[in-house]
Design a protein around this ligand. Structure first.
Ligand SMILES: O=P(O)(O)OP(=O)(O)OP(=O)(O)OC[C@H]1O[C@@H](n2cnc3c(O)ncnc32)[C@H](O)[C@@H]1O
Ligand SMILES: [Mg+2]
Length: 226
């Protein structure tokens, strides 16, 4: 970055305790050639009270997290609320995904519980989708909320060590992301970060925010091909 670019760089707080989410947004900005943004995490700012994530929708939770961030720091703020919706569980764990087994962020226990709950559900009825709502709140008070969905089905056992959360049991649909699409021969945890960004729920959500972020930093936006 040139000193000129750094002078004009704007700070964007990523209001998340999940370091993987911050790296995803950084990769996305880099891939889109947006250079005028410096991402900071919750670890970089003074601690502030965070509203519990008890909303009924991903959108409500994401917006509350982003508003809290702006109110506490004065920085622009982006937040994600995401989760896994399992058809055979009537859309659960949904907004409860992070604490499905009773312990927040216990990925292995959450994954094991979903697998156990799906034990008797046959192939063909194991559809699931990852959903991400991302909220961007700018210091002028303007608010943008977007959603991305990634369809797939649940595996019978965990496979792969990449990603986080439910990735080892999520088999993505390849191709058009329709519920009837062909299933991949791999789980999300067996994809490279870049492969996952290109198709994931959060990738699809964050890409909708990129033109707004580019405009906010005064950078010309060139439509991406993906
Ligand atoms: O709230 P913050 O601090 O951002 O971090 P978090 O991990 O608690 O995130 P959420 O409240 O949005 O909960 C989302 C949960 O859904 C799951 N999840 C979300 N995105 C995922 C992904 O890309 N791959 C696998 N699991 C994911 C995972 O279990 C997360 O803990
Ligand atoms: Mg959370």
């Amino acid at each position: 970055m040139t000193s000129n670019a750094r002078e004009h760089s704007r700070t964007l707080l990523v209001a998340s305790r999940n370091a993987k989410k911050l790296s995803e947004l950084q990769r996305m900005l880099d891939a889109a050639g947006i250079v005028g943004v410096t991402l900071v995490s919750l670890a970089d700012v003074a601690e502030y009270p965070e509203t519990p994530e008890t909303g009924e929708t991903f959108e409500q939770n994401a917006l509350v997290k982003a508003r809290d961030g702006v109110a506490a720091t004065g920085y622009a703020c982006v937040a994600d609320d995401s989760g896994l919706e399992v058809a055979a569980l009537h859309g659960m764990p949904g907004v409860l995904s992070a604490r499905w087994s009773g312990t927040h962020g216990a990925d292995d226990a959450n994954t094991a519980l979903v697998l156990a709950q799906l034990q008797d559900v046959p192939e063909g009825r194991r559809e699931a989708a990852f959903v991400s709502a991302c909220a961007l709140v700018l210091p002028d008070g303007s608010e943008h909320v977007v959603r991305g969905t990634w369809r797939g089905a649940l595996a019978r056992s965990a496979r792969g060590s990449g990603g986080f959360g439910y990735d080892p049991i999520f088999i993505p649909v390849i191709g058009d992301n329709s519920p009837y699409g062909e299933l991949a021969p791999y789980t999300a945890a067996e994809m490279s970060p870049e492969e996952k960004d290109a198709v994931s729920h959060r990738g699809r959500a964050l890409r909708q925010l990129l033109p707004i972020i580019a405009q906010w930093v005064g950078q010309e936006w060139v439509e991406q091909d993906n």
